[in-house]
Design a protein around this ligand. Structure first.
Ligand SMILES: C[S@@+](CC[C@H](N)C(=O)[O-])C[C@H]1O[C@@H](n2cnc3c(N)ncnc32)[C@H](O)[C@@H]1O
Length: 243
């Protein structure tokens, strides 16, 4: 798969990093007007249509079940504000938005992925606000979100960026807010390792989600849980910001 260091489109108005938010409309406005960051050392994907085909192949045709179970891990409740960072073509964010009464946002470093995510949400008839944005510079005020989701994104970040990403996720969550991270299990056996390398590309960062609990702890999260998803290739780690 083709990926490259990303140079994003020109910045717009800066969102006040510590702005107070009073309910959905002002948060929504802030998010839409926020500064669009310029560049990341994360591996950004640009072949959006191909990505969806690849996801189906890599996830062994079982994508829908994995998306649904990832959303279930977050235990979304009506009235909650949810962000997926590195949302790609939006499959998980769109599934999350099927939960009654939640407001879902999705950001990705890649304009092509965001464009496709918007089209998919429109086709599915669900309300998700997608826009370009970097996980290391999230365009939301402090303590403004209930849940942050990250799915198959962390392995796209070099180690220092992983730490910055989790510090940002912690910053934007409300006290008591939750983060759910799903990523690949380290491929077992030479055959699977070779297949994964061929499919996701040699340039991909370390695929080893065993570092997730330490990253969550270092960012200040508590109540850290880990486990397998009901998909053989993926597991999860979740955490909570102290109330
Ligand atoms: C493997 S895809 C996962 C997409 C989606 N979350 C899913 O579950 O299908 C990883 C995504 O992370 C994005 N990405 C890479 N670096 C990023 C960064 N620094 N900030 C936000 N997104 C980033 C890529 O552009 C890509 O769309």
């Amino acid at each position: 798969m083709h990926h490259r260091r990303h140079q994003a489109s020109p910045a717009r108005t800066d969102a006040p990093a510590h702005a107070h938010h009073a309910g959905h409309p002002s948060l929504h406005r802030l998010f839409r007007r926020a500064h669009a960051p310029r560049q990341t050392d994360g591996l950004t994907l640009h072949q959006a249509a191909f990505y969806d085909v690849l996801a189906r192949v890599v996830l062994l045709g079982d994508e829908r079940r994995l998306r649904t179970s990832t959303v279930a891990l977050a235990g979304l409740r009506p009235g909650e504000q949810v962000l997926e960072v590195g949302c790609g073509t939006g499959s998980l964010a769109i599934t999350a938005a099927e939960t009654a009464g939640v407001k879902v946002y999705g950001t990705d470093a890649s304009p092509e992925m965001i464009e496709r995510a918007r089209r998919k949400a429109a086709r599915a008839g669900v309300d998700v606000t997608f826009r370009e944005g970097l996980v290391e510079q999230i365009a939301f005020p402090d303590a403004s979100l209930d849940v942050v989701l990250s799915s198959f994104m962390v392995h796209h970040l070099p180690d220092d960026l992983k730490r910055r990403a989790f510090a940002e996720i912690h910053r934007v969550l409300k006290p008591g807010g939750r983060v759910v991270v799903v990523d690949f299990e380290p491929p077992q056996g030479r055959l699977l390792r070779t297949a994964m390398t061929l499919l996701v590309g040699r340039g991909m960062m370390r695929i080893d989600n065993r570092y997730l609990p330490d990253l969550l702890r270092a960012a200040g999260f508590t109540t850290i849980r880990t486990g397998r998803t009901d998909h053989p290739l993926a597991s999860y780690a979740s955490g909570q910001k102290a109330a």
